[in-house]
Design a binder for this molecule. Structure first.
Ligand code: GDP
Ligand code: MG
Length: 192
């Protein structure tokens, strides 16, 4: 049994897609054990996208550079650098702006293999690469070209913890112990 953090980002809330998004996890059997609307503070955003975690910054930088390469865009010309750490830092600033730009809807989802299952239902980070049937594939079309040239984060509707370790770090940032509830879903007896 695992728990994972899922956040409907400001574009999802503003587009009225909270119900549509949650429906997809609920019907897969994932249990909502905590949920709330949040106006994300700068403090929470900075912890959620941890600037001090060099591995995380570099990883985002590498991924962004890969996207530039695929698009045959010159990162150095457009960003002033092709150093993954520096690019990661810039993307992090865009992420902080994005997550604090409007209210979000945060949930904790519980179930067997919850982390991977929620990632699978969410789809690829880049909506243009997310297959139909996934949230990002069905409901968004943003691309790294549009985002990078607009100097903003890719608007891909949801954040989902990337690993068990990430989930364990993120959940307590968003929810207190008291806000996470235990109960049984009716179909649990069939899925044991
Ligand atoms: P996720 O776990 O699938 O959300 O992806 P990551 O953890 O790698 O990236 C975090 C967020 O950064 C993504 O959800 C996007 O909003 C944004 N992002 C990721 N890659 C890029 C990129 O190449 N360019 C831009 N502009 N934003 C990106
Ligand atoms: Mg991630």
């Amino acid at each position: 049994m695992e728990r994972t953090l899922l956040v409907v980002k400001p574009d999802g809330v503003s587009r009225g897609l909270v119900g549509e998004i949650l429906r997809r996890f609920e019907r897969a059997g994932l249990k909502i054990v905590a949920a709330k609307m949040v106006k994300v503070t700068k403090e929470l955003a900075e912890k959620h996208y941890p600037g001090h975690r060099e591995d995380w910054i570099k990883d985002i930088g590498h991924k962004t550079l890969e996207n530039y390469k695929e698009l045959e865009m010159d990162a150095k010309k457009l960003m002033g650098t092709d150093d993954p750490k520096e690019i990661g830092k810039m993307v992090r600033v865009w992420l902080l702006e994005y997550i604090t730009s409007g209210p979000v809807f945060a949930v904790v989802l519980e179930g067997p293999h919850a982390v991977d299952l929620v990632r699978k239902i969410s789809g690829h980070t880049l909506p243009s690469k997310a297959p139909p049937g996934t949230i990002r594939g069905d409901l968004s079309f943003d691309s790294s070209y549009l985002a990078n040239t607009g100097k903003r984060a890719i608007k891909n509707l949801v954040h989902a913890s990337g690993s068990k370790e990430e989930a364990e770090y993120e959940i307590p940032l968003w929810f207190s112990k008291e806000e996470i509830l235990a109960y049984e879903r009716a179909e649990e007896k069939y899925m044991k």
